[in-house]
Ligand binder design. Structure first.
Ligand SMILES: [Zn+2]
Length: 234
């Protein structure tokens, strides 16, 4: 049940809301099951979805539709249904939803694409907002950060030949996910050129992320720590 209105006054932790319509007391009692009904008050910031957000969201939906065979309109309905089921959001329209909900939905749509390994067009990857944690998702799902193709996780600095890859402390490296073609570009052009041309930087990962990406196991990290402390004491 949703009650719309305006905040009249705020005094400490007490908020008075003037409702647009008188709520039905019987319906309220039914919902409360004999307890004190609980509510959450959503404060709208008054801003609505921007044309840019709408464009980006529809670009994703179109790509997913191409891949799944649904029409874009069907795909939009599916994604909204999943979003509403997962978040409890109410039905909304992409023409006039709040900016806050637009951001939440776009993030959800991007996550959905990664989770279901839906192939991206390069333009779509470019359209992902810069505040979205794209690098982590691309690492997790082994997707090239530049073109969206299948990727390997590249070390920076590169691991030289002759090193046992199984016995490397990955906390000492930075990483980015690159497909074979972009991996080759990086090696022929060099890392400095590569970073400034594509505007990307490899990232350092914390222990938990290194483990979740299966770069090292917890046991290995502990062994590296032990080796390091043994060396210090000798
Ligand atoms: Zn690539």
């Amino acid at each position: 049940m949703r009650l719309d209105g305006h905040i009249e006054s705020v005094s400490g932790d007490k908020v008075t809301v003037q409702l647009d319509q008188t709520p039905d007391p019987l319906r309220l009692r039914q919902l409360a099951h004999g307890k004190q009904p609980s509510v959450s008050v959503d404060v709208e910031d008054g801003r609505h979805i921007s044309p840019d957000q709408r464009k980006k969201t529809w670009a994703m939906i179109r790509d997913y539709a191409d891949y799944t065979g649904y029409s874009p309109i069907e795909m939009e309905q599916w994604l909204k249904a999943y979003f509403m089921a997962d978040t409890g959001a109410e039905y909304f329209s992409l023409s006039d939803t709040s900016m806050e909900n637009a951001v939440a939905f776009l993030t959800y749509v991007i996550d959905f694409g990664f989770a279901h390994a839906i192939p991206w067009r390069t333009q779509t990857l470019d359209a992902i907002p810069s505040d979205y944690p794209l690098m982590m998702q691309c690492l997790k799902h082994r997707i090239c950060i530049i073109c969206g193709k299948r990727a390997e996780i590249d070390h920076e600095p590169p691991i030289g030949r002759g090193y046992d890859r199984e016995h490397i402390d990955n906390r000492r490296f930075k990483f980015f996910p690159l497909c074979h073609a972009h991996h080759m570009v990086r090696h022929t052009k060099g890392i400095e050129w590569f970073m400034s041309f594509y505007h990307i930087k490899p990232v350092k990962l914390d222990d938990d992320t290194i483990i979740s990406l299966k770069l090292n196991s917890r046991k290995q990290l502990n062994e590296f720590d032990k080796e390091a402390s043994d060396e210090q004491t000798h």
